[in-house]
Ligand binder design. Sequence first.
Ligand SMILES: Cc1ncc(COP(=O)(O)O)c(C=O)c1O
Length: 371
Amino acid sequence: MRIAPFETEDFYARYEFTSPHILSVSDCETVSIAELLELAGRSMADLGRTRLSYTESRGHPELRAAISACYEHVDAEAILELNAPIEGIYIVMEELLEPGDRAIVLGPCYDALHNIPEHVSGNVEYWMLEPVEGAWALDFDKLDALLRPPTKLLVVNFPQNPTGFLPTEAQFFHILERVREKGLWLFSDEMYRGLELDGASMLPSAADHYERAIVLSGLSKTYGLPGLRFGWLVARDQELYGSLLNRKYYTSICPPAPSETLAMAAFEARDKLVERNLRRIHANVALADTFFAQREDFFDWRRPQAASVALVGVDVPSAKEYCHTLAKEAGIVLLPSSFLGYDDAHVRFGFGRESFGASLAAYEKHLAKGD
Ligand SMILES: Cc1ncc(COP(=O)(O)O)c(C=O)c1O
């Protein structure tokens, strides 16, 4: 079966590296290799000693142990390192779904989370976050109706891209109860876990509380290291783990040796990296508060509770056309919601970059010209 165009990545391929004002990406400000090693108390020589040989396919045992320490009831045997977080979405969907299998996906969401199951099974339905006054909300009656047999898989992502939504712990456990009752697989994308804003607490990981959960995580967002292309799956079901490992042999065989060395440094520097990213996101969301308060006629602002992104209503005939024109004519890059399985009336903002304030000022100037 053909796979849908990956519109988000295609859009960024077109504009991200040539436009001066990037206001919408989901990653956080990166650091150099030298800075990362310094934050971890290591030296460049550590990286220099890394041998460029094949590595263990599951991942280095010490690194898998460091990853499993991020969870309460997960041991290193349940961790499968990936060559990029997105590889995990691909191999899990290919493994779990057959053509016709019914999957429910929380939307709106990152393209791959719905396009890949759609490509494999052709039978995806959406549990959509609902816009309410100043926030997003889950409708559990709708979830109950959607999870009717023969559903096989529920896909969720908390903290959520693109809305910045974070459920309460009670809501999260309610979801786990629902899938447990029905014996479903749960794909829990936890790429933004650790980026909780305004004192919100980190949700427990689905991996710690549901044996049929497959958790995706990585270093691209919360740690701000997307260039490492380093991620992992947690799969406690050993039969499934074996099948995923088999798929991984076909997609990448084993993790890149330099990324493993640097990922180890990232775990050692975790608190410092996350703290920097959270501080920056808080500051940028505060700038956004002021910006949107002055433009309530044009934008519908829903403040993120977590993650590095928010989905904002915009009063234009087509958000997609608006974003293309804005990028081409003003070098300002916002992401339209239609790429994320939603309407054509929202745009994503991203708060992780150091340049956010300057880019927002450029956007403000651009909007003022049109007033
Ligand atoms: C929710 C979510 N999952 C997975 C990914 C894939 O991460 P990576 O680009 O590091 O492979 C992304 C990237 O934007 C994402 O937003």
